[in-house]
Design a protein around this ligand. Sequence first.
Ligand code: HEM
Length: 242
Amino acid sequence: MAKMHKRHDKSDILIHWFNAVCWVLLLLTGVGLIQNPAIDPFGSGYPEAMRSLVGGGGNLLAIHEGIGLVWIAGFILYLIVNFRGARFFLAEVFSVSPARDMGWMLKKMVLMTLGPKPLKAMGMDPELPAQGFYNMGQKAFAQVSVAGGVVIAVTGVIMYLSDRTFGAEATGWVSWSIALHFIAVGLVFAGLLVHIYMAAISPEERPGFKSMFTGAVPDDYAKHHHRLWWEKAETEGEQPTE
Ligand code: HEM
């Protein structure tokens, strides 16, 4: 059997798929709450159908809020269960080495769209700079989804409470929350399209996809895609994800 490297703890895998399911449900219910013919992403038939499915707009809002609160509770639980893993994840995704990582990002985009020729023509080595536990593309998406997630959760809670406790003096806060909630969802969603393509469809990343179920990747995949992490694991042993 090929040598494997542990990449994700069970709780990491669980929170990832819990988050993905919540996102799908929150998007489906959230988009159904938008009833403005000028901006309906799926046309006005969709919000109507969603509302009649659950017995009206009030119920749809209650379901959206309920899933949102469960989503937040899931993350709080994860932080309690695996604080070390969360700290490792945040330290990894927010540490950027500008020369190495920007070089990786630029080359990766050229390689994926035009191939190695333009890089060679410019006298550049098409080989990608070595990456750590996450590559710069994964880090960029993780940064957007962490920051976006916090904005979505905080603004969501403000809107939730505004229906119940806040008075008229909070109108400014609530308007800002609505705008920021939309902007953050839009940004994370844009990244999500690339994330799903890279993680689940691109054949190169298939071992990474499998690791989101099994928790481990083969040695050669770790060596070629995450060289700095692989070197560290070889010299210092595996790093904690739990
Ligand atoms: C349903 C579709 C999804 C699929 C198929 C998917 C797949 C994956 C896979 C395979 C990985 C592991 C990559 C690795 O270890 O190298 C991963 C990691 C990750 N996923 Fe997802 N994911 C999905 C949805 C989401 C959603 C909705 C979010 C957040 C909004 C998200 C956020 C992340 C983050 C932050 C990571 C770690 C960094 C990264 O590898 O990009 N994922 N995902």
